[in-house]
Design a protein around this ligand. Structure first.
Ligand SMILES: *Cc1c(COP(=O)(O)O)cnc(C)c1O
Length: 384
């Protein structure tokens, strides 16, 4: 049972769609499937912009966003408050971009005022040396913090830079209205909120992003989004797509449509609230105390008096439940419980019950049933 922030559990209907025999990707049958998938993806991303599907993980998809809109030596701001923000800064270094950082400590949210001030100061800069793009992570999976993307995006728009957004653990879990928030480039990946195995990347490109594409000089070939755009207009792809993953995606999007966007987001909000209530009831300190900046996709917990790794090992061994560990400085200090994608109330109750049992087995004094009761109360409350 996967309770990690990706890959996430995959529903039976998606698994069986994946297991079909492949068909030719230049066939009319496949184009018909792609057309449906593009329509449904636009619905999920709340956008009328171009939405392209790549054979790539989230990192490859972010790379596509960066290399299609920027040139060597361009100034960019990278917002960092966790592992993924750091990765985008490293990527900028690799491509010879001049990256300036706006940071917040791990476990805290980015302060939009810092970005606003930085961008306002830049407004005096001659046009050809101005900050070209701001790269930011919406839901920082390494810490379980969600950044205020709507406000951050407003400041970026006021300045005129492009926004390049990692929405990998927010898309499909919470509101990411691409058009309403004026987001230029938004990247995500199939193994997170899409109820799919890894392998597909999704990227939206605003008209402004396409303007930047025209003059962008970083080299690109396989990830040249212009090719994907031209082919998407004909419901096809420039290279052999992951045909079976597209079958699976079609099934996953059908399930999402049946559930409805608001219901999907409300479910994630419930799962987050119940998980957090349970941790509090079990005296397990939340790594992110403030509910307002806690990600709807993932909860990080910093247990005291019992090792995070010991707990993870126990849950795996006795209950076959996989939790994620901490990364970098947080290794061994936190565990992370993913609750995004194909996750239900029942899964949360199961994981919490197993956690309670493991805690008591490891000598942590817990009131039996305290976590379950707290979580169940959240669920009962939201049913009334
Ligand atoms: C999972 C994840 C990614 C993508 O990682 P890949 O392993 O390349 O798919 C990017 N950003 C965030 C915030 C993530 O959670």
């Amino acid at each position: 049972m996967l309770m990690i922030p990706g890959p996430t559990p995959v529903p039976e209907s998606v698994l069986s769609a994946l297991s079909r025999h492949p068909i030719g990707h230049r066939s009319a049958d496949f184009s018909q499937i792609l057309a449906q998938v593009f329509t449904d993806l636009r619905w999920l991303h709340q956008t009328s912009h171009d939405l392209l599907v790549l054979c790539a993980s989230g990192t490859g998809t972010m790379e596509a966003g960066i290399i299609n809109c920027l040139s060597p030596g361009d100034r960019v701001v990278v917002c960092t408050n966790g592992k993924f923000g750091e990765r985008w800064a490293e990527m900028c270094d690799a491509f010879g971009l001049k990256a300036e950082r706006i940071s917040a400590p791990w476990g805290e949210a980015l302060n939009p005022e810092l970005l606003r001030a930085h961008l306002e100061a830049d407004s005096q800069t001659p046009a050809n040396q101005k900050i070209k793009a701001v790269i930011l992570t919406h839901s920082e999976t390494s810490t379980g913090v969600i950044n205020d993307l709507e406000t951050l995006s407003r400041h970026i728009k006021a300045h005129g830079a492009l926004s390049i957004v990692d929405a990998v653990t927010s898309l499909g879990a919470t509101q990411v209205p691409v058009d309403a928030w004026g987001l230029d480039i938004v990247a995500s990946a199939s193994q997170k909120g899409y109820m799919m195995p890894p392998g597909l990347g999704f990227i939206t490109m605003s008209p402004k992003a396409w303007d930047a594409y025209k003059t962008a000089k970083l080299p690109k070939f396989y990830l040249d989004l212009g090719k994907y755009r031209a082919d998407a207009a004909q419901n096809t792809t420039p290279f052999t797509p992951a045909i079976n993953l597209i079958f699976g995606l079609q099934a996953a999007l059908t399930m999402m449509r049946e559930e409805g966007l608001d219901q999907i987001f409300a479910r994630h909000a419930r799962l987050k609230a119940a998980t957090r209530a349970a941790m509090r009831a079990l005296d397990l300190p939340l790594y992110v105390e403030d509910d307002a900046i806690a990600s709807p996709a993932i909860t990080a917990v910093m247990p005291q008096g019992v090792g995070a790794e010991q707990l993870r090992a126990h849950l795996k061994q006795w209950f076959d439940i996989a939790l994620a560990g901490g990364q970098d400085d947080l290794e061994g200090k936190i565990f992370r419980l993913g609750h995004l994608g194909f996750v239900s109330e029942r899964d949360i109750l199961t994981a919490i019950a197993a956690l309670e049992a493991s805690l008591s087995k490891l000598g942590h004094s817990v009131k039996p049933g305290a976590g379950i009761t707290a979580a169940a109360q959240i669920f009962l409350h939201s049913l009334s």
